[in-house]
Design a protein around this ligand. Structure first.
Ligand code: ZN
Length: 305
């Protein structure tokens, strides 16, 4: 099945793992689509069961700027004339795709920028199309529909612009990339932050929801999300330990750690290796901050206590 109904006019269209994502569709007077990164045929198929079409979409909301989450936004706007809503950090990036590339670390001249653009155009076609955000949202802003209110919930760290969407009345959370996958949290850009992402995961855990909807699990409803988030948090420590092991085994730089990739052990090309590099850099920085590693003359060592 390519979609799941959660009652209250809330539906999830299954996109699953990167380079797709799960898309939330809320029908309550207006038709709102959150993160249109699922296969477009699946979105069309769900809408058909509701006697709706793509052109009936009123609003697209974006949780953050990642291409797998914004893929069809411009196309849906072209088809339906829908407004596009995004938060104050995402909006200028969506409006200017060069700014988006730089935000993600792919500045002009960056070594894999071109390959990343190719990956996006091959697998997330449309994500780099020029478009415009019509409504700029802020933390805690509400979008009121007939029987449903959506509320933004900023959850930085994965990227500085990441937010979750709360569906208030049934108390559901669309958690976007706090996705509780077995892969674990992703923070593979220069401006991602382990500290902020841990805080965001903890703040999600403190809130009470009747349904927790993952942006990437094929079975999108997370059972017992507090336990799932605890397991999700453990990935940070596990990866820290692997970095420590690599340094203990003689690696003296991020380059040397990358000889045996930790995040993507079965490495799928230079773009993934770049994500791996940025994530390992965040771990090294975090371990230095924790006093477990020291840096000297451009080399990293285990701290001796
Ligand atoms: Zn993302």
């Amino acid at each position: 099945m390519s979609y799941v109904g959660l009652g209250h006019g809330v539906h999830v269209v299954i996109g699953g793992a990167f380079p797709k994502c799960n898309t939330l569709v809320v029908v309550s007077g207006d038709v709102v689509v959150i993160d249109p990164g699922c296969p477009i045929e699946s979105l069309r198929a769900l809408l058909k069961t509701l006697n709706l079409e793509l052109r009936d979409i009123d609003t697209v909301v974006l949780s953050h700027i990642h291409p797998d989450h914004i893929t069809h936004a411009v196309r849906l706007n072209r088809v339906s004339g829908c407004r596009i809503a995004a938060n104050e950090v995402t909006a200028p990036l969506f409006d200017d795709k060069e700014k988006m590339k730089e935000f993600l670390g792919f500045t002009p001249g960056q070594s894999v920028r071109h390959l990343w653009e190719q990956l996006v155009n091959d697998q997330m076609y449309g994500a780099l199309d020029e478009g415009r955000v019509d409504e700029v949202l802020h933390n805690g802003d509400k979008i009121a529909l007939d029987d449903i209110t959506l509320r933004t919930f900023y959850t930085k760290g994965h990227l500085p612009d990441h937010m979750c969407l709360e569906i208030m009345e049934p108390a559901y959370l669309f958690a976007a990339d706090i996705d509780c996958t077995d892969f674990g949290p992703f923070y593979g850009h220069p401006n991602s932050s382990i500290v902020q992402l841990k805080d965001s995961i903890k703040s999600v855990k403190e809130r009470s929801y009747n349904q927790y909807i993952s942006g990437h699990l094929r079975n999108p409803l997370v059972q017992d999300y507090r336990q799932a988030l605890d397991r999700y948090l453990q990935h940070f420590d596990r990866r820290d330990e692997l970095v420590m092991k690599a340094v203990a085994a003689g690696a003296k730089s991020v380059n040397e750690i990358l000889e045996h990739p930790i995040i993507y052990p079965s490495l799928a090309g230079p773009v993934m290796l770049q994500f791996e590099r940025w994530m390992i850099e965040h771990h090294v920085e975090s371990l230095i901050r924790q006093g477990k590693l020291v840096e000297s003359n451009g080399h990293i060592f285990l701290a001796t206590s």
